[in-house]
Design a protein around this ligand. Structure first.
Ligand code: ATP
Length: 307
């Protein structure tokens, strides 16, 4: 029997529709904009595309509507080589994010309507039991309902898969989730929400790592933007610096790029610290390009940066 290598990701798809203008509009005002972009988004969806482009064998579990945004999602998975176990639902829209961008300050305001992906439940996990139980890696986040994430992590953990949990966006989570995570991977904002104190200095990062490990996670990775990432487990505690792959153009989706690359490296049997470097390299390339899913690099590009 061949060794397990598949990566199963549960999460949402949302079409990112971004509108640029000189400032954000006031209530009841119509403002002429200066630009519009449309692209596939949603943390789980971005992570699936990043992992597949990095060379992983990826299955993505989600839901979309029977509409043009849903078609866009399925086309993106086909192009990236992601196996889409994605339910197409009638009578409900695909997830969509309405993003206002102030072109002067870079500030934004976002409404995410998860649509079909907001209906993801434990039945989606049950319907994919065979795939989850035979996977090397199961990864999920917090954009879809929490009970689906917990059910997926429990099923995967019981079957012996490596579980990766990205507690994003920031919110409180029950304590019993930590023991289901081989790796818990928050960014600084999410880690601060979980531990209840600011994460700015190296000592605060270390303290957060200790707290999350004490709650039962197998290992803790805190991503630190341009500073890189921090790895903490029982026997090892290490800061890994970010890579530089050129001028930084758009850091949106950096966390998703990191997670996709990290999951692929772990699925290939790389040691966690090597996998973390692989994730940092993946993200370093993604931030030199606009957009999220379209910015994810190929394996050849990641290997070239790692040298
Ligand atoms: P986002 O919410 O924008 O998708 P995030 O806040 O979840 O991102 P970050 O911690 O900002 O995630 O970034 C994830 C990883 O991406 C970092 O650990 C780092 O390796 C890489 N990264 C982020 N910003 C930069 C940068 N400016 N230059 C190089 N690498 C970066």
């Amino acid at each position: 029997m061949s060794e397990k290598s598949g990566i199963v990701i549960l999460g949402i798809f949302a079409a990112d529709t971004a509108y640029k203008a000189k400032r954000l509009p006031h209530i009841a005002e119509t403002l002429m904009g200066s630009g519009f972009t449309l692209g596939p988004g949603g943390k789980g969806s971005n992570q699936a595309i990043a992992a597949a482009k990095a060379g992983g064998k990826v299955t993505f579990i989600s839901r979309v509507g029977n509409d043009p945004f849903g078609e866009m999602a399925l086309a993106a998975y086909a192009a990236a080589g992601v196996k889409a176990n994605v339910m197409k639902m009638d009578g409900v829209s695909s997830g969509a994010a309405f993003i206002f961008v102030d072109e002067v300050t870079g500030d934004n305001a976002i409404i995410v309507a998860p649509g079909a992906a907001g209906l993801i439940g434990i039945e989606d996990v049950d319907a994919n039991r065979a795939e989850i139980e035979s996977a090397a890696i199961f990864m999920t986040q917090l954009e879809q309902p929490l009970e689906a994430a917990i059910h997926g992590l429990s099923m995967a953990k019981r079957a012996g898969a490596t579980t990766i949990f990205n507690p994003a966006p920031a919110r409180a989570i029950p304590d019993n989730i930590y023991g289901l995570c081989d790796f818990i991977v928050p960014n600084e904002v999410e880690a601060a929400e979980l531990v209840g104190h600011a994460i700015a200095t190296d000592e605060e990062v270390r303290a957060a790592g200790r707290t999350l490990l004490d709650r039962g996670a197998g290992a803790v990775i805190i991503t630190l933007g341009a500073r890189g990432a921090f790895y903490h487990t029982a026997g090892q505690s290490e800061f890994v610096p970010a890579f530089s792959a050129g001028d930084v153009v758009d850091t949106t989706g950096a966390g998703d790029a990191f997670l996709g690359g990290f999951a692929t490296a772990i699925s290939e049997g790389q040691e966690p610290i090597e996998a973390l470097r692989f994730g940092c390299a993946t993200a370093a390339i993604a931030v030199t390009r606009p957009g999220t899913a379209p910015a994810m690099p190929s394996r050849a590009e990641i290997s070239a940066l790692l040298g």
